[in-house]
Design a protein around this ligand. Sequence first.
Ligand SMILES: NC(=O)c1ccc[n+]([C@@H]2O[C@H](COP(=O)([O-])OP(=O)(O)OC[C@H]3O[C@@H](n4cnc5c(N)ncnc54)[C@H](OP(=O)(O)O)[C@@H]3O)[C@@H](O)[C@H]2O)c1
Length: 328
Amino acid sequence: MVFSNVSRPVTGIIDGVLDRALVLGYTKIGSGLRRRWWPADPDPDALVGKRVLVTGATAGIGLEMARAFARLGATVHLLGRNPTKVRHCVAEISAELPGAEVIGEVCDVSDLDAVAAWTSNFADRVPALDGLVHNAGLMPKERLVTPQGHELQLATHILGPHLMTERLLPLLRAARGASVVFVSSGGMYSAPLVVEDLESNHDYNGVRTYARTKRMQVVLADAWAHRLAGTGVKAESMHPGWVDTPGVAEYLPRFRVITRPLLRELADGADTVVWLVATRPESKPGHFWHDRAQRPTTFGWQRSENPAKVRRFLHQVSDLTGTSKAWS
Ligand SMILES: NC(=O)c1ccc[n+]([C@@H]2O[C@H](COP(=O)([O-])OP(=O)(O)OC[C@H]3O[C@@H](n4cnc5c(N)ncnc54)[C@H](OP(=O)(O)O)[C@@H]3O)[C@@H](O)[C@H]2O)c1
């Protein structure tokens, strides 16, 4: 292997340069290079006897994660909002991996009533949950609202996942070694934490609201990690890089045309989440990952999060979801 004789500080420098030079790091060039030195793969049976839920698993990176979790032996709960797609994806993985246990779950994660009803039903069926992956995502051009009147990206990326996490906590604790992962985006680097207008009432723009809610996911995961310290449940966020998916084709068609030869395969996009859940590495505050390494949540020219602002954000999320305010 080209980098096997190169010291860790040197690969660390190369890795850092890739991270700052977005096109190099986020494309398949980044994962292609880093896989030469990144930590070992999980054992092939790392998740035998474990149970993992992936949201937004009817397409793209989520579907690929469901497949990868099943390959490692997990019982996979494949969650989507469209029952036909859910059935089709379960059948697809079951046909590919005979013996795999893949269970379809239907829930629109942006609909807080649906999340409440589905989590109650899930808790009646399942004793423990080892992995919870908040992957469902979207970037509509127009401002859309949910049945509860919330802006759709906020509800899909933040409110639904937050409510789901809180309601599934007893199952996560019961697993005695669970991981919760929020799939964010490198686009979050372009957005500060905005607490004045969480619902983008005043200046909705699909890409900007996407970046803001992806920033919120990183802040929320870090807060969950802090809150869950010592409970056996880890919380992380990550970004998958630029991956060729139906979502990119739908929401960023021009970007896709320009970058297509360099976009990552689905497996590279799914890799870090699967590795995080299967290996549960040590994680420092920030708890933000990409390509099997922790990454800064802000770059040098950006300020780190103001604790009062973070508290204000978390309290609003608790208010909007009717959940605990036990943030310290
Ligand atoms: N692809 C990239 O380059 C990239 C880069 C950075 C971050 N990400 C993040 O990675 C995640 C997956 O992205 P992707 O590119 O794989 O997207 P995708 O191809 O559009 O797939 C998104 C999945 O989420 C589901 N979904 C959307 N809203 C939902 C809801 N309310 N309830 C349940 N499921 C819902 C979709 O279901 P339907 O099929 O029913 O629409 C679909 O299964 C997203 O969070 C995205 O922000 C992707």
